[in-house]
Design a protein around this ligand. Structure first.
Ligand code: XMP
Length: 509
């Protein structure tokens, strides 16, 4: 990307990603770098400013992460947040103290004077979010104290000549009432255009893709998920028929999955190979009940099938819908460089030897959705819940058979249909049916039944690392249960899962 940029040095704060998100929401493109990044690594004509993040260490500790002094010479504005403030203060000769006790939570700051750049146009007293063990006791020479609290003598400081700004509190946390405005004031000091949006991204990315791919051929595994769908549309717009997508039907996908993907992509005239490999997958899964063995079988066959298709196509590049959180994660906190190139995040093995094209690697999920909408991807696809690679196989605990897959597909389709009809699909993060390996007795009409039990799973989640069970209304649950038992042969009982993650996981295997 050549978009003007803010470099965010990550000193390990849980909030670093949030800073990046907030900057992007304000229209500024921010990229995260490791704490040992050097001036050479972050400099560039597109660099407009630098943010030094918070972190769990103390600048008073030996071996705590430091700042390459040459970064201070890059001539762009710098904003230090919490640990970042203390680093700036220490490097300029300020006095840092260990606080008597860790301060965590809301605090009220008093803005000092009327000339502050960061607090320009904002209330003189405002609520902020603090989370720190150390504080700056005395600002370094050249810095003016611009905010205080009763316990923190330097809640904010500025050196206007050097365009350095520092705050003890966290502007990225919503409890800081004017956090976004403070960040916007910093961005003004950086002279940023604040024009980072889906349209700009697409325009620049199309050029990037063309430059990278030249007249090469690209293959992309289209799953029907948001990420691969948006990546496919971007590439298609950039290089047209040089892109071929491969959709592999694993036989353990949702009901009418292929049909839905076909319909969504019909208007785009893309080259898509539809590979029905259901028999191959289900054949290999027959009689296997161990969850990890099932996952391995599916992963291996997927790679074999995809590889056969890719080699027939004689592709030069493999496109993947890798997102920014994966890139940050695989670089690891404490890493040395700008998000190191990661290897096969959710991807394919090295033997494919294809060069990677990852058009979404700078984007967060909600940005991907915005790009998808701007490219004309239907809303239904843009807001699809995630679906795991091993598909329904991990939602059929025990052995998977074509019959059990069909039963589950039918039950799941009813659940999703009712969620969509009631508006609950958009307010939940992931919902699905599970076919339990339990037979129970029931009565239908005058007949005794002995059939399968089905569980409904519905969760809300920010990042799928933790999740809360969704409080679906009873009448919706009742309707879904009634329809499943009446319409799906093989299920005579429905239960609703009210376990959160942790302690449960979202999937059943
Ligand atoms: P769990 O079950 O671990 O799932 O709480 C968290 C999220 O990850 C998805 N998931 C997978 N995705 N391959 C995938 O591509 C897998 O093997 C897999 N297992 C879980 C799950 O659907 C949820 O969104």
């Amino acid at each position: 990307m050549h978009h003007e940029r803010i470099a965010i040095l990550d000193y390990g704060s849980q909030y670093t990603r949030l800073i990046t998100r907030r900057l992007r929401d304000l229209g500024a493109f921010g990229l995260v770098y490791g704490p040992t990044a050097t001036a050479a690594e972050i400099q560039g004509a597109d660099l407009r400013g630098i943010v030094l993040s918070g972190g769990p260490k103390s600048v008073l500790e030996a071996g705590a992460p430091d700042l390459d002094p040459a970064i201070l010479e890059l001539g762009v504005p710098i904003l230090g947040v919490c640990y970042g403030q203390q680093l700036l203060a220490r490097n300029a000769g300020g006095v840092i103290h260990r606080s008597a006790h860790r301060e965590y939570g809301k605090a009220a700051i008093q803005v000092q004077g009327a000339d502050s750049v960061l607090f320009h146009g904002l209330d003189p007293e405002q609520q902020v979010w603090m989370s720190h063990g150390d504080h700056v006791e005395q600002a370094p020479a050249g810095f003016t104290v611009t905010a205080k609290t009763p316990g923190v003598p330097v809640a904010a400081m500025e050196n206007l000549a050097l365009r350095r700004f520092a705050i003890q509190f966290h502007p990225e946390v919503t409890h800081t009432t004017h956090g976004a405005a403070i960040l916007r004031n910093f961005l003004h000091a950086c002279d940023m255009k604040l024009d980072w949006n889906a349209g700009h991204f697409i325009e620049e990315k199309l050029k990037d893709i063309r430059a990278q791919v030249g007249d090469g051929r690209v293959v992309l595994g289209l799953s029907g998920g948001v990420d691969s769908s948006v990546a496919a549309l971007l590439l298609h717009q950039a290089i047209g028929k040089q892109l071929t997508c491969v959709f592999v039907d694993t036989g353990v996908m949702r009901k009418d999955e292929q049909l839905q993907v076909q319909e969504a992509f019909a208007p785009f005239d893309m080259q898509i190979r539809w590979k029905d490999a259901g028999a191959e997958f289900l054949g290999a899964l027959a009689g296997v009940s161990d969850p990890e063995a099932k996952r391995k079988i599916i992963g291996k066959i997927f790679i074999d099938v995809f590889d056969r298709e890719a080699s027939q196509l004689k592709a030069d590049f493999l496109a993947q819908g890798t997102l920014y959180p994966d890139v940050i994660e695989s670089s690891g906190i404490g890493g040395a460089v700008l998000v190191k190139s990661h290897h096969n995040v959710g991807g394919l093995p090295d033997f494919m030897k294809l060069k990677l094209v990852e058009p979404l690697r700078e984007l967060f999920k909600d940005e991907v959705r915005r790009v998808g909408l701007a490219l004309g991807l239907p809303e239904d696809m843009v807001w699809r819940h995630p679906f795991p690679g091993p598909g329904l196989a991990v939602r059929i605990p025990g052995c998977v058979s074509p019959e059990r897959v069909k039963i589950l597909q039918n039950a799941d389709a009813i659940f999703i249909e009712e969620l969509r009809a009631s508006g609950w699909y958009r307010t939940t993060s992931q919902c699905f049916a599970v076919l339990l390996p339990v037979m129970t007795v029931g009565i239908m009409g005058d007949e005794r039944t002995y059939e399968n039990m089905c569980a409904l799973r519905a969760v809300t989640s920010e990042d799928f690392m933790t999740a809360d069970w969704a409080r679906l209304p009873h009448d919706l649950l009742e309707k879904v249960a009634q329809r499943i038992v009446n319409e799906v042969k093989g299920i005579n009982r429905v239960v609703f899962d009210i376990t959160s993650k942790p302690p449960a996981t979202i999937e059943y295997e």
